[in-house]
Write a protein that binds this ligand. Structure first.
Ligand code: NAD
Ligand code: UDP
Ligand code: UDP
Length: 322
């Protein structure tokens, strides 16, 4: 194994998806440098890894230059939940844009392949459904989601310009809604909100009519997609959609969560946030063709595993579960 093992940098490695990615890379025999400023991530997510000699944690803000020697780079650093990325929108844009520039400068110096965790938000409130990679999107450039959407769009631009101008090996993944253990219980995303509410028999907060749709991918499936994309030949750059094409309304999601948790919670209406996309579903034809990838974990199974994680969290002292 050791002759194949690489040193891999994961920015945002203490976050939800990043922690699963670090776990997987270490288990495959790689050395992992996990870089994170712990803005939304947490050391709890990487606790089991901290004692592993193949794992190193590096507390650093990606908006500042970084000098490490690695063979591959996964760039995941960026708050992903609307309440967190809107809390300090200027910092969100800086993280996406300055962060991308630093990571690309690093990749250029090292001649290392670099993968960008982009997002379905680059499609905005889409007029093409399901969303295919060739669609340019429908994004409000000055709204409350713009710091994230436009930041991520600019990061994609930078990745492709470094590729064209400097010959960098880039991989751009457009990630659709992903869920699973290690999501922050209070980050306001729909799956964590609904499960936490259901487990405590509290009202389940439906924003708007609940008729908007999303398509939810279990984190293990997503991480397998990211690793498969990184391991493709240099001619594969993406952008490539990674997500589960099984689409449901937010109301149906609430009912499914009540069902799997056996909760007594009732649904309550709340105002719909600004620019909330009405529907979202990935076309994963390219991922299937190019990567031979498709999600395998059905929603109920993934939600059940996630609910078990939050149930354990609720048994722990206040500061972790609140
Ligand atoms: P997360 O908030 O759990 O993880 C992001 C991590 O980045 C956190 O650990 C945070 O502390 C770190 N971070 C933020 N700003 C930083 C900075 N300036 N310097 C260093 N570290 C910083 O979110 P996640 O769901 O794990 O998302 C990971 C990546 O995947 C993000 O780039 C996100 O945009 C992308 N993504 C996620 C989803 C999803 O549904 N979860 C969907 C599309 C795209
Ligand atoms: N950079 C970095 N680590 C490196 C190499 C570069 O953080 O190992 C940063 C560097 O500080 C610069 C950015 O990446 O701001 C872009 O680098 P590039 O070489 O493209 O641009 P330049 O240094 O010419 O501005
Ligand atoms: N949502 C909801 N109740 C909540 C949290 C979110 O109805 O408690 C809705 C939200 O308005 C959006 C969808 O669920 O339509 C997904 O929201 P999330 O913040 O998870 O992700 P994103 O909007 O970025 O897809």
């Amino acid at each position: 194994m050791s002759w194949m093992s690489k040193t891999v940098l994961v920015t945002g490695g203490a976050g939800f998806i990043g922690s699963h990615l670090c776990e997987r890379l270490v288990s495959e025999g790689h050395n992992v440098i996990c870089l994170d400023n712990l803005y939304t991530g947490s050391k709890e997510n990487i606790l089991q890894l901290l004692e592993n000699p193949r794992f190193e944690f590096y507390r650093h803000d990606i908006t500042f230059p970084l000098y490490v020697e690695v063979d591959q780079i996964y760039n995941l650093a960026c708050p992903a939940s609307p309440i967190h990325y809107q809390h300090d929108p200027v910092q969100t844009t800086k993280t996406s844009v300055h962060g991308a520039i630093n990571v690309l400068g690093l990749a250029k110096r090292l001649k290392a392949p670099v993968l960008q965790a982009s997002t379905s938000e680059v499609y905005g409130d889409p007029e093409v459904h399901p969303q295919v990679e060739s669609y340019w999107g429908n994004v409000n450039p000055i709204g409350s989601r713009s710091c994230y959407d436009e930041g991520k769009r600019c990061a994609e631009t930078l990745f492709f310009d470094y590729h064209r101008q400097h010959g960098l090996q880039i991989k751009v993944a457009r990630i659709f809604n992903t869920y699973g253990p290690n999501m922050h219980p209070n980050d306001g995303r729909v799956v964590s909100n609904f499960i936490m509410q259901a487990l405590q028999n509290k009202p389940i907060t439906i924003y708007g009519q609940g008729e908007q749709t999303r398509s939810f991918c279990y984190v293990d499936d997503l991480v397998r997609g990211l690793v498969t994309l990184m391991d493709t030949s240099a001619d594969v750059t993406g952008p490539i959609n990674l997500g589960n094409p099984s689409e449901i309304t937010i109301r149906e999601l609430a009912e499914t969560v009540i069902d799997i948790t056996g909760s007594r919670s009732k649904l309550v209406g709340k105002p719909l946030p600004a620019d909330d996309p009405r529907r979202r579903r990935p076309d994963i034809g390219a991922a299937q063709r190019v990567l031979g990838w498709k999600p395998e974990v059905p929603l109920k199974k993934g939600l059940t595993k996630t609910a078990k994680y939050f149930e354990e969290l609720l048994k722990q002292p206040e500061e972790r579960a609140s």
